[in-house]
Design a protein around this ligand. Structure first.
Ligand code: UD1
Ligand code: CA
Length: 451
């Protein structure tokens, strides 16, 4: 098959009221046009051409793939005009599928059938819409498509037609080129309508075929922020549905956001308000409690993430308990059976099996051994104002509460650090190290009185 895919993406999208071109507006963190490009690639076309207009450089930079050929439409004179701009790039043999850059969630199965019908004929993707307002109407006689009439050019009886043009079409290149050369802009918008090729095909006695979409989301275009939000919800619901089909328990599929990909094992539970970004891997029996935010991380089997935890670029082992209110920053690697409690921040550190860091601590640039207990309020002072330094805490060490570990520093195996210490030198293994002012009491001390 010699397929060209042509994506129309030159519209400014005035109703978005944004500096960002419409086709770059994000749906689940990915630009709208990205969905159309990815779906296009799945058809393995010979050529992929994108017609751009407004903020072209930004659009091109967002998709640096060399397989895309870019064509500028300097003035937006209509969908037919947009397709005309690309024609010099397109061969006479083969056929062309036309997609819209602002219709992101197309259904690949139906498009495949449309491509098959567009081998020798013009094939149009239509949809039966209860409220067809704003769309081009499919006019049929004896069930055969005769023409497409835009809403603004419809008479009263045509306005009642519920079969609409989705805009997605497929046609043999030599026919498309011929029809495009014959388009006129004699209509209410003074635009070159791509839809007029339907009438031209009929004129040439070439039957116009159609394929009908059954899912409205798959043909819906985005024009405004509120349509974008509605599409976001539909998309999120579809994603949640797929996870539930795989056995994930989702407490409320309406309160889950996946902006990327979640790979989940058996018996995973996700509570409300969670956000997943990038690629997140959840092992078997993982629980993610309410309002947690996890990005580009993996969570091992039987680990539970308690509410309001924030985890980025980290890996968490099995049987761990994280949070509530824990923050794991990039480069955190937790082994198994690790407990990280509330208001604990970990960055670029490895924490080994059975270690507990349960309250109010900062651990950065550290290597923490096995079965270590880090008391409340412990801080690794890793930054001297210019450089970062490492801290090593060996197996079985006990760090008393409110300790400052001034890096670079090593706490030996089995060492105990007295609460409230400021440790600036290495602490030997096994010993108790105390580093704080001595406690004294002044007897007969008189409290000051107000003058
Ligand atoms: C078009 C169809 C209409 C169909 C509707 C489906 C025509 C004449 N009408 O209407 O039958 O029901 O889509 O949504 O084709 N674009 C360009 N350059 C232009 C004009 C448009 O690249 O000069 C692009 C837009 O960026 C967009 C797509 O083409 O991706 C459709 O444009 P839009 O203005 O939304 O189409 P409508 O006039 O609503
Ligand atoms: Ca228009």
């Amino acid at each position: 098959m010699n397929l060209t895919i042509l994506i129309l993406a030159a519209g400014k999208g005035t109703r978005m009221r944004s500096d960002l071109p419409k086709v770059l507006q994000p749906l689940a963190h990915k630009p709208l046009l990205g969905y159309v490009i990815d779906a296009s690639m799945s058809f393995k076309p010979k050529q992929l051409v994108v017609v751009y207009g407004y903020s072209g450089n930004l659009v091109k930079q967002t998709f640096p793939s060399h397989t895309i050929q870019w064509v500028e439409q300097k003035e937006q004179l209509g969908t037919g005009h947009a397709v005309q701009q690309a024609m010099p790039l397109i061969h006479d043999e083969g056929n062309t599928l036309i997609l819209y850059g602002d219709v992101p969630l197309i259904d690949a199965h139906i498009i495949k059938r449309l491509i098959d019908k567009g081998q020798k004929n013009l094939a149009v993707l239509t949809f039966i819409k209860e409220d067809p307002k704003g769309y081009g109407r499919i006019v049929r006689e004896h069930n055969q498509i005769k023409k497409i009439v835009e809403e603004k050019d419809c008479d009263e009886s045509q306005k009642k037609i519920k079969e609409i043009n989705t805009g997605i079409m497929c046609a043999p290149n030599h026919l498309l080129k011929n029809w495009l050369g014959r388009l006129k802009n004699q209509n209410s918008q003074k635009e070159y309508y791509l839809t007029d090729i339907v009438g031209l095909s009929v004129e040439d006695h070439i039957e116009v075929l159609s394929e009908s979409a059954d899912n409205e989301v798959s043909i819906t275009g985005i024009n405004s922020k509120s349509e974008l939000a509605a599409m976001e919800r539909s998309y999120q619901l579809m994603t949640a549905q797929k996870l539930m089909e795989q056995g994930v328990t989702i407490m409320d599929p309406n309160r889950l956001d996946i902006r990327g990909e979640v790979v989940a094992g058996q018996d995973v539970t996700i509570d409300v308000g969670c956000i997943f970004e990038g690629k997140v891997i959840l092992g078997n029996h993982v629980k993610v409690a309410a309002y947690s935010h996890i990005k580009d991380s993996s969570i091992g089997d039987h680990t539970s993430i308690e509410p309001y935890s924030h985890i980025v670029d980290s890996s968490v082992g099995t049987h761990c308990r994280i949070g509530p209110f824990a923050r794991l920053r990039p480069g955190t690697k937790l082994q198994n059976h690790v407990h990280i409690g509330n208001f604990v921040e970990i960055k670029n550190s490895e924490v080994n099996d059975k270690t507990n860091i349960n309250h109010l601590s900062y651990v950065g640039d550290s290597l923490v051994g096995k079965s270590v207990n880090i008391g409340a309020g412990t801080i690794t002072c890793n930054y001297d104002g210019a450089n970062k330094h490492p801290t090593t805490i060996e197996d079985d060490a006990f760090i008393g509460s409110n300790t400052a570990l001034v890096a670079p520093v090593t706490i030996g195996k089995g060492a105990t650090i007295a609460a409230g210490s400021t440790i600036t030198k290495d602490a030997p293994p096994g010993d108790l190290t105390v580093s704080r002012g001595k406690q004294t009491s002044i007897s007969g001390w008189k409290k000051p009185t107000k003058k």
